[in-house]
Ligand binder design. Sequence first.
Ligand SMILES: NC(=O)c1ccc[n+]([C@@H]2O[C@H](COP(=O)([O-])OP(=O)(O)OC[C@H]3O[C@@H](n4cnc5c(N)ncnc54)[C@H](O)[C@@H]3O)[C@@H](O)[C@H]2O)c1
Length: 387
Amino acid sequence: MTKSFRLGMIGYGFMGKAHSNAYRQVNRFFPDLAYQPVLQAVCARTRDAVQAFADVWGYDSIETDWRRLIERSDIDAIDICVPNHLHQEIAVAAAEAGKWILCEKPLAKTVAEAEAMVTAIEKAGVPNIVWYNYRRVPAVSLAKQLIDEDRIGRPFHYRASFLQDWTMSPELPQGGAALWRLDAEAAGSGVTGDLLAHNIDTAMWLNGPITRLVASTETFVKERRHQETGQLAPVGIDDACMVLVRFANGSMGTFESTRYARGHKALKTFELNGADGSLFFDLHDDQYLHYFEYQSPTTHQKVESHLAGWRKIHVTNGEHPYMNHWWVPGLTIGYEHSFVHTLADFLTGIESGNPAAPTFRDALNTQRVCEAILTSAEVGQWVDIRL
Ligand SMILES: NC(=O)c1ccc[n+]([C@@H]2O[C@H](COP(=O)([O-])OP(=O)(O)OC[C@H]3O[C@@H](n4cnc5c(N)ncnc54)[C@H](O)[C@@H]3O)[C@@H](O)[C@H]2O)c1
């Protein structure tokens, strides 16, 4: 029998929409789930705007103060879809109120905040997850499957990038609605927390812990008008970030993220090169995983040289991760489905007692790497990471 849980969502922007779609779709495409969300309330500060959002997505009620939402006894789960500086306070209050917690990434602005969140959540013992959704793009999940099947062999290199170009104009203000990402007070960091955190989460999931790194960051535009005060203010975020890392498994990695790569909107890629094979993924072509097989993991035979080459696997078969929940082979899904998959796995984890990753504790490790990047860039030295 399906059990209902009553959702309180905080924030109705980009992620509020992506998550609301997931709550609406999840039981239709994953009909065996034991839990079913009830869209009980959505919260943001502007009454008319939040009511309009509630009407579109079918939320039963609205709140304009997140504290009031958390106090409500008719709310079982809190979903945090607000700028990063609000994550800690909301998550700790929600944990103390015994709610399930789903939180957007990055977990927090700093490691200290993230640790306080993990402490509160583990003390409360409440189900929790952080929406590092790219793990659950089927082609990325297939990459994990191929690694677990030992098809890549000893890993040597991991390289990843996340390139955008939307903040290049010096006229763009910082702070406030839509532009809080440029304000260090609200975002914590720039591309490191906003973009690279996704790459790091995926990298450590696929290739294990990062143990050391050295980084360089740059803020190309040093001052921007603040949208809320109208005053010119120093820019505290990193606009671009380059990192060299060492993984615990002995492999080397490079990471790059920027919002100054003219022409790129969301060029998010990763590549893993091992002794027995390689993998490559590009978010612009997200239904494909590229795989080079050098040697079969079952026969240990090298692929005959005249047959060797990169395979472009169209990840749409029922045998591929998540795809048996969608259309017939050959037909594709997209960005929004990664959120449906994350939610489905979260609910399956609650039912099975085997929590879906990344939990807050997992995301704390990503936060540690992000903070080490900023520290390394500041001091100009390698930094060791204790995960
Ligand atoms: N998983 C992903 O791929 C992904 C993508 C985008 C954003 N994010 C993360 O999601 C979070 C939200 O980002 P977004 O792009 O949706 O931002 P957004 O600016 O589109 O929306 C933010 C929402 O927060 C609300 N808000 C702000 N202050 C509030 C307050 N005090 N009380 C209640 N509501 C408040 C705003 O009204 C708005 O509805 C961030 O942590 C961001 O890093 C994750």
